[in-house]
Design a protein around this ligand. Structure first.
Ligand code: BGC
Length: 269
């Protein structure tokens, strides 16, 4: 791919697995210097492996341990990035998780963990990014926009999801979070958009694809008839982070093989 992100610094949260890994690798291949965030010591090895993939391919970056729900750790990750690389141009607000349960059985902890990581984590990281974009001001030599934030949402920002009410609530909230941010900072030339993935083959949804039966049943939800790959999302992240999408802000872009066009209605209704 063309080097559309040369000399730009990107922080990718939750980059030690799944979609975050795919996005980190794609941004680096497009020329960005990538901060590969991971949440704890136990994910350090994975983050280092992601960084190795990046540097083996000629890219640049570093790993950064930070729990996105911890204000001090988030502030430190941004401060370290600015110390080392000078600024931040792109934030991929990706870290997210599921804690599934039937609603009547859902514990407060399951609810709070999901809201803390998927929503409050995006708040803390976006606030740190916005403060850095405002401090630094425009950098027209690398990008038309002063800064870009990409929120990892989900098809479940619009598709209700029984058994996953904490998760669907967090993603529905991300829609308003992203749009309100885009509204508040558009005049400062800061672009904020969401990526809304459907079923992407990662550890978060192993149950949906690890047996032929599960995969067949998943395909009844996907008109395009394949499960998505992290690289599919990585390609979209590169586009949204680059000047190729300079007139896009406040948008939720669905990347789901057609999941949101309701396959189940293809022969009835
Ligand atoms: C969830 C996955 C699920 C997909 C489609 C994603 O946001 O994290 O577990 O497979 O939506 O339902």
């Amino acid at each position: 791919m063309q080097q559309t992100l040369t000399n730009q610094i990107a922080i990718v949260t939750g980059a030690s697995s799944g979609i975050g890994t795919g996005v980190a690798i794609s941004l680096a291949a497009a020329g960005a210097t990538v901060v590969v965030n991971h949440s704890s010591a136990s994910s350090l090895e994975n983050a280092q492996a992601v960084l190795k993939t990046i540097t083996d391919a000629g890219g640049r970056g570093m790993t950064a341990q930070c729990d996105v729900t911890n204000e001090e750790e988030v502030e430190k990750m941004f401060a370290d990035t600015v110390d080392i690389y000078g600024t931040v141009d792109i934030l991929i607000n990706n870290a997210g998780l599921q804690r599934d349960a039937k609603f009547e059985d859902m514990t407060l902890k399951q609810w709070q963990t999901v809201i803390d990581v998927n929503l409050t984590g995006q708040f803390l990281c976006a606030r740190a990014a916005i403060r850095e974009f405002l401090r630094r001001g425009p950098r027209p030599e690398v990008s038309k926009a002063t800064g870009k934030i990409i929120c990892m949402s989900s098809v479940h920002e619009i598709i209700p999801w029984a058994g996953h009410i904490n998760y669907a609530s967090s993603k529905g909230a991300i829609r308003m979070f992203m749009q309100s941010l885009a509204q508040e900072y558009g005049d400062r030339m800061i672009r904020v958009n969401s990526i809304c993935p459907g079923a992407i083959q990662t550890p978060i949804n192993t149950d949906a694809w690890n047996t032929p039966k599960a995969l067949n049943s998943l395909m009844t939800l996907i008109p395009y008839n394949r499960i998505g790959q992290p690289e599919d999302v990585g390609n979209l992240a590169v586009f949204l982070a680059s000047d190729l999408s300079d007139y896009i802000t406040g948008a939720s872009i669905f990347i789901d093989g057609g999941m949101t066009v309701f396959e189940s209605f293809s022969t009835g209704g």
